[in-house]
Design a protein around this ligand. Structure first.
Ligand code: TA6
Length: 297
């Protein structure tokens, strides 16, 4: 749908539609509690700022906004596989949901909260990727916090497995001035060398960091001493978490990522990944939710 068609069907007091970069349709949800922008491309949350707070979600200044590419930053929807596809290594990293055009199906007000719902079905994706029938729904709800609910429904006649992530990029003062806590004592895999460890205390950053915690439903906190604030990343129906910063060398290698941008971002990802892969029987559904809030000290 065009911006005009979306506006005609879904615009209301707290919801408008506009052309984003490269003309990609973007929904803006604004109310007294916060402000969110979400692109129809990938059902991709581009920005989130609670009222009275600086932006919480980070977006690269070098991102692509092209049909067959993921947006860099925001909250990429990684589905139906996290990372590379084990059977088809040449298929898109982190699945096809984040490079697909989703359909807005609902938008409006729920009490003080403003929401939008987008949907993806096999009709919206290249046939080669369509190995099972599904309905994927993303609902973003702006209230005193940002809730992002990713629902997978098995509309096939057979069971299927999937892995996924709400791969959230957070806006921080400086990577060396933050710590991620909430994972103390948890096992993690350092994906840089596939070594296994137990997290001791807070996670701090001094090099490329790519840690997969395969067994945790814990809430994480990003303590930002530079901006004197704490971002809370809570979740539902996710039993794994990934913490990532590319640091200088990897940032340099990514064309859609500024060489110095690694200083201002960190990913704390809400996932069903690795051992937390999920299986659905026909007609079953699963909703994984990320719940993001910020407290200024
Ligand atoms: O955050 C975990 C991770 O899998 C990292 O290994 C890194 O590849 C990151 O995702 C970004 O992946 P992308 O395909 O968006 O460049």
């Amino acid at each position: 749908m065009t911006v005009e068609e979306l506006s005609t069907e879904f615009a209301c007091e707290n919801i408008s539609f506009e052309e984003g970069p490269n003309g990609l349709p973007v929904a803006r949800l604004r109310n007294d509690l916060g402000d969110v922008a979400i692109s129809v491309h990938g059902a991709h949350v581009l920005s989130y700022a609670p009222s009275g707070s600086d932006p919480v979600i980070w977006l690269s200044e070098y991102s692509w906004y092209e049909a067959d590419k993921p947006i860099r930053g925001g909250i990429p929807v990684c589905w139906p596989w996290f990372g590379g596809n084990p059977q088809n290594p040449d298929w898109p990293a982190h699945g096809f949901a984040r490079i697909s055009e989703w359909n807005v199906v609902a938008a409006g007000q729920e009490g003080d909260n403003t929401y939008i719902t987008l949907e993806l079905t096999p009709d919206d994706i290249p046939e080669e990727f369509c190995t099972f029938a599904f309905k994927l729904t993303l609902k973003a709800i702006v209230g005193s916090e940002l809730r992002v609910e990713l629902t997978t429904e098995n509309t096939s006649e057979f069971p299927f497995d999937f892995s996924s992530a709400l791969h959230s990029y957070f806006n921080i003062s400086e990577i060396t001035k933050i710590a991620v806590n909430g994972l103390n004592g948890k096992e993690y895999i350092d994906t840089m060398d596939d070594s296994h460890h137990i997290q001791q205390g807070d996670i701090t950053f001094a090099a490329e960091t790519d840690l997969l915690f395969p067994d945790t439903d814990d809430t994480c906190f990003i303590n930002d001493l530079g901006w004197n604030r704490k971002i809370t990343v809570a979740k539902e129906n996710s039993n794994s978490t990934v913490v990532w910063n590319p640091w200088a060398a990897k940032a340099e290698r990514m064309p859609d990522f500024g060489a110095e941008e690694y200083h201002g971002m960190v990913c704390v990802e809400t996932t069903n990944a690795d051992a937390d892969v999920r299986s659905l029987n026909p007609d079953e559904s699963h909703t994984m939710t990320a719940i993001i809030s910020v407290k200024n000290h």
